[in-house]
Ligand binder design. Sequence first.
Ligand code: GDP
Ligand code: MG
Length: 174
Amino acid sequence: MAMSPEVKLAVFGRAGVGKSALVVRFLTKRFIWEYDPPLESTYRHQASIDEETVSMEILDTAGQEDVLQKEGHMRWGDGFILVYDITDRGSFEDVAPLKGLLDEVKRPKHVPLVLLGNKADLEHARQVATEEGERLAADMACAFYECSACADQVGTGGGVAEAFHELCREIRRR
Ligand code: GDP
Ligand code: MG
């Protein structure tokens, strides 16, 4: 298998949307209910994607950074997962401004991106329709997934790993 250079992925979204749970899910295939909520961490991971070994560095942001810190993370990253919580409309409304800032920081480059609506297991508490997520992703010209860090393969588009893998593909297409 060929080795690819490292890709740097950053996970953005309001505090509480499940960024850390998603990253841990991706790395360990497990769900862990609670850990130090406001901390930011980086992880290294290798995955086989389309017959190629991709080594990635993943930044799990805290979601409470000021604009300067956000811009720093955006400059660092090659690709971004923008996460909202389908049961929290405000977290969905945070996505477009994040994308705006990303475009500003990365201009004139195209920004590899995926949109992820998390907590799809909480259908009874849903505040953001699947179609709204699809529409926003179409506006941002990126892939869209609804998933759940605590359940496999809930919602529309495959599991958590699929979202990370698609982002890696998108980065390599750049
Ligand atoms: P972060 O601040 O974005 O990193 O969010 P966390 O990963 O710390 O998760 C915030 C809270 O949401 C925790 O109580 C998690 O257990 C919970 N959570 C995260 N993902 C899911 C999910 O997919 N479904 C449900 N029901 N709860 C989740
Ligand atoms: Mg976190």
